[in-house]
Design a protein around this ligand. Structure first.
Ligand SMILES: [Mg+2]
Length: 229
């Protein structure tokens, strides 16, 4: 891989900063709100069902998550949920959209070392405005040549991104916490992929089997990438 990599793309949520813990906290609040209708773990299962059903319509991010909570609440209450509870669900979403940005360890130091030697970009899913807000508040904006907020991270989405960047797959390295979204499609295209595990992963992004591929690297933390370049 040495000398081949020209562009390095970073996933954002749970790679540059924490995200999933905020969603899990929000989900717990939601499950507690509805425990008069169903046990909390069943509310959580119902919410996940709604999210999977709507993913192709809403994509990823807080706004879709809020709509899914409202839809789930309506379904499990047989459309009897008090408006006050809907208000509280909306507030859960508003809180999520105002969470502080907590950079993960080693992020700034690693970007500092890479800057100038590579074209650095962010490749993330999520709501456009929210991801822009997080990037701005992260203080990292200045490191990146390009920010791509993607509706999905399938092979075809990365193909489009590479085309836009005028970058060949063999000159492209992606770093991220999701094997499914950040690693597999990039490897399929012939790029390089480095996995930085995060301690919690959304059920939809979970991937069990250990990945073996000549272009794949398993890192302990983001700074470990420096020893491969
Ligand atoms: Mg991520």
């Amino acid at each position: 891989m040495k000398n081949k990599i020209k562009t390095i793309a970073f996933d954002a949520d749970d790679t540059l900063w924490s995200n999933e813990p905020y969603f899990q906290e929000a989900e717990k609040q939601f499950c507690r709100l509805l425990e008069d209708y169903l046990p909390q773990h069943s509310v959580s299962q119902e919410l996940f069902k709604t999210e999977m059903k709507n993913l192709h319509l809403y994509g990823y991010g807080v706004k879709g998550f809020v709509l899914c909570m409202i839809e789930t609440a309506s379904r499990i209450s047989n459309a009897t949920i008090p408006v006050k509870l809907i208000d509280e669900i909306v507030s859960i979403g508003h809180e999520l959209l105002q969470k502080p940005i907590e950079l993960l360890s080693g992020v700034s130091e690693t970007l500092d070392k890479l800057k100038g030697n590579y074209r650095l970009i962010v490749a993330t899913k999520g709501d456009l405005l929210d991801q822009e807000r997080k990037l701005k508040n992260s203080g990292l904006e200045g490191y990146f040549h390009h920010i791509e907020i993607m509706s999905d991270k399938k092979v075809s989405d990365y193909q489009k991104l590479l085309k836009h960047l005028d970058c060949k797959p063999e000159n492209f390295l992606m770093l991220g916490n999701s094997i499914k979204s950040d690693m597999l499609p990039v490897l399929e295209l012939g790029g390089y992929a480095a996995h930085i595990p995060y301690h919690v992963t959304w059920a939809h992004e979970q991937h069990e089997p250990v990945l073996k591929h000549e272009n794949f690297m398993e890192l302990k933390s983001i700074a470990d990438i420096l020893s491969y370049l």
